[in-house]
Write a protein that binds this ligand. Sequence first.
Ligand code: WT7
Length: 650
Amino acid sequence: MSKESLANLLTEERRFAPPAEVAADANITAAAYEVAAEDRLGFWAEQARRLSWEQEPTETLDWSNPPFAKWFADGRLNVAYNCVDRHVEAGHGDRVALYFEGEPGDSRVLTYADLQREVSKAANALTELGVAAGDRVAIYLPMIPEAVIAMLACARIGAPHSLVFGGFSADALATRIEDADARLVITADGGFRRGQPSALKPAVDEALTRPGAARVRSVLVVRRTGQETPWTEGRDVWWHELVDRQSEEHTPQAFEAEHPLFILYTSGTTGKPKGILHTSGGYLTQTSFTHHAVFDLKPETDVYWCTADVGWVTGHSYIVYGPLSNGATQVLYEGTPNTPHNGRWWEIVQKYHVTILYTAPTAIRTCMKWGDDVPAGFDLSSLRILGSVGEPINPEAWVWYRKHIGGDRTPVVDTWWQTETGAVMISPLPGVTVAKPGSAQVPLPGISATVVDDEGRPVANGSGGYLTLTEPWPSMLRTIWGDDQRFVDTYWSRFPGQYFAGDGAKKDDDGDIWLLGRVDDVMLVSGHNISTTEVESALVSHPKVAEAAVVGATDPQTTQAICAFVMLRGTAAEDEGLADELRAHVAKELGPIAKPKRILAVDELPKTRSGKIMRRLLRDVAENRELGDVTTLTDTTVMELIQRKMPSAP
Ligand code: WT7
C-alpha cells in the first residue's frame, strides 16, 4: 500500500458511536474484554458451553507441542447435531433456517425441522455410498440449499468436506481432489449465473480423468438447472434418486473435539494451494461465539444474510457453522447482485426483512458505482447491523455503506480474519465500540493480536508493521493438510512464537488496528486472493510462453487488476490474438477470476542477481509510477525496454 493511502487512512477522523438501542440490548458488553483478559482460557471454556457436548471437555487448551494446538481435546460432540437437531429438540423446529432465493426468482423455505430431515437423509445416502468417518468428500456446488445440507451431512458422519468454489476450473478442482484424496464428489448439473444456466458437471468429469483423482468412487449430482448432463454409469448418481428415498432418521454419533471438520484450500504465494485444516470443537465454539457477539444475533427476531459463497471460508463460518449453531434464520441467495437488475440485493433485503447484512468491500464499491438511487428505491429499514470482510474497507465505502444501506443509523463492523483463523479475530462490537471508518480496531475478547516490527517487537501506537497473533485461539487452523512442516514454515517461522498472518497493519494513536493489505505477493481481485505464482505458472504452462511475471495493479473497480508480463518462446510471434489466447488459457487453468486484465510481451524480465523477479518494479510500470530502486537489478536497461513497450494506462 502506498504512503499516500496510508496517510489518508490515518487522517480519518469520523466517529460513529453505537446506537443507544443496540448498546442497551447488546449480546456482549465491554465487560467481556476484562473477563477474557483476566482468564483467557476460562473465557473460552465458558464459550464452549454454548455448544451441546456428548461429553463436556475438562481440558481447554493443550499447547504442549506448539504450534500444534488441541482445544477441548477430551470433549466429544457432533457438529451437525449442534447446528440442527438441538434447535428442533428445544422446540424451534418451525423456525425458518433458510430462505433460499434462486437467481431466476424461485424460492424455497427450510425450517430447522426440514433441515434435520434433509441432513439425515443425506447422511444416510453418504453412508450408502460407502463414505465413512474420516473419508474426504469434495463439494463443488452452486449456492443452493443442497450445499449446506451436504456440508452438514458430512459433518454428521465425521467425513471432512473440501469445498471447491464453483467458479474454479477443472484443473483447480482436480488439484484439490488429489491433494485431499477425496472419495466422493458432490456436484450439480449446473447453477444459474447472470440469467443463464452454467454447467458444473463437465468440469468434474474432466477433473476425474486425472490419475490422481482415480480413487473417487462416486459422483453425487444435484439437479438444479435441468440442463443436459454427461453421465458415467456406475459412478454418477442423481441426488434426487438416492437421497430422496432415504430414511429421515439418522442418529448422530459424537466425535472427538479435534476430529477434522473440513479442509479448505487457499492460494499460496509459492507452490501448490494450501489445504487449511479445521477441526470440530474449537472451530464451532469460536464461530458460534463470534457470530453471536459481532452480529449481535437475536435468533428469534433477526433475519441474517451473508452474501459470500459457501465455497469460501466466510460461507463456511458465517453461512453454515456460526449462524446455524446459533439457530439463526438466514437468506441464501444463489446469484449475482445485478441479475436481473442492479437492485436485486436490495429487493431481497426488502422481501425478507433482512436485519443483519454481511458482505465484502468489493461489492460495496460496485454498488457505489451503480448509484445511490438504486438502494434508495427499496425499503431497507429492517437493517440494523452491517458487516464487512475480505479486504481493507476504504473509509469512503464504509461511510457510503452505513448511509445508503444502513440509513445512517446502523453500526458497521469491519471484521478481520482469514481462512486460517477460521473465525473473526479483530472487529468492533456493534453495541460497544465507537467505530472508525476503515479500521477493524480491536481484537475480540479472548483474542491476542498485535503489530510488530521486523524483529517481532510490538510497535508503539502511531506506527506500522506486521500483524501477528500472539496466543493460540480455538478456531485456528491445525495444520496444512499433509504438510506439517509447511504449516510451521508458513505461519510460525517469520516471528518465532507468533503467528504471522501475512498482513501489514498500523496502530493508531489510540492503539486501534488498521489493516493495510498483504505484505507478500498475493493479489486481491474483487475480493478474491489470487497468488502471482499460480497465475505465472498457468501462463508458463502455455506453449508460447517462456517466462511470466504477474503483478496486481491498483484498480478502482476490482481493488487490483492482474497485469502480466510474458517472455515468449523463441519461435512464438507476438500477434494480435496472443493476449486473448493467454487469457483463455489462464481461465481454463485457474478459472476466469484469474485472467490477467493486461498482458504485455517483453524481451526480458527484471531480475535480481540471485535470479528473483523484481515484481515491485513491474508494479511501478503497471501503475505508471516512477521506478523505485533499481540498483539490485542484473541489467538496468531491461526496465527502460519494458517501459517503452508499456502503453499508457487505460
Ligand atoms: C485475508 C484473508 C476472512 C474471510 C475472507 C478472506 C484480508 C480479510 C479483512 C479486513 C482488511 C482483510 C487480509 C487477510 N482481509 N478481512 N476486514 N480488513 N483485510 O479470507 O481468503 O483467507 O483472506 O483477507 O489480507 O489476510 P482469505
